[in-house]
Design a protein around this ligand. Structure first.
Ligand code: FES
Ligand code: FES
Length: 212
């Protein structure tokens, strides 16, 4: 019987693939502005044969990548440590692995324009979607207004949180080019800065919004 959840780019179903994951893979609390990447994993154990790995295709920053992943592999792992089937490293290390549990926002990327914690999204669930990392925000050599504003405001201390803040700020301004301060705070509420630089980030987003 054909499985309706069968995914493009792979000859296995999401359901059978996820059976190898078990439960609780993505069960963490996140701040309101960032989506948890995967959903409905709890029913994955109910049917289908467990599959431990598969080759899938991901679209990252407009480029197709064929990668082999295990059932448990997160999108963040593919971005930072993955390699395509030709052996070339994906090597997109802008998204940071910090808490690895959906709390800090250091791994924030956009999936179909929405901010997502890449540490909380299974790579398989990112198939057929447009993934944008901080490396894909600039237009060639032209920085995005958010990136320019972060430089202008010297909006980083250690810089570990910076890629996540830039992605969240970009996602916010792409939906609302003139946000109020409260809207900026909500838009960045899924990201934390342990260097205490949040107020500078807010100023940078205000500056960037004037250029949008
Ligand atoms: S590393 Fe993903 S939210 Fe902290
Ligand atoms: S600049 Fe260091 S955590 Fe934000």
């Amino acid at each position: 019987m054909p499985d309706k959840e069968k995914k493009k780019g792979t000859n296995i179903s999401r359901r059978s693939f996820l059976k190898g994951v078990g439960t609780g893979t993505v069960a963490a609390t996140v701040a309101p502005s960032v989506l948890i990447g995967s959903e409905k994993t709890a029913d994955a154990q109910q049917v289908g044969d467990a599959v431990e790995s598969a080759t899938i295709q991901l679209n990252i920053n407009g480029e197709p990548y064929q990668v082999e992943v295990e059932a448990r592999t997160t999108l963040l792992t593919v971005l930072r440590d993955g390699s395509d089937t030709s052996g070339n490293n994906v090597d997109l290390t802008g998204a940071k692995l910090i808490c690895d549990r959906g709390e800090c926002g250091g791994c924030t990327v956009m999936v179909d324009g929405k901010t997502v914690y890449a540490c909380m999204m299974l790579a398989m669930d990112a198939q057929d979607k447009q993934i944008t990392t901080v490396e894909g925000i600039a237009d060639g050599d032209d920085l995005h207004p958010v990136q320019e504003a972060f430089i202008q405001h010297d909006a980083l201390m250690c810089g570990f949180c910076t890629p996540g803040f830039i992605v969240s700020s970009t996602a916010l301004l792409s939906e609302n080019t003139k946000p109020t301060l409260e809207e900026i705070k909500v838009g960045l509420s899924g990201n934390t800065c342990r260097c205490g630089h949040l107020s500078v980030h807010l100023d940078a987003v205000k500056t960037a919004s004037k250029k949008m």
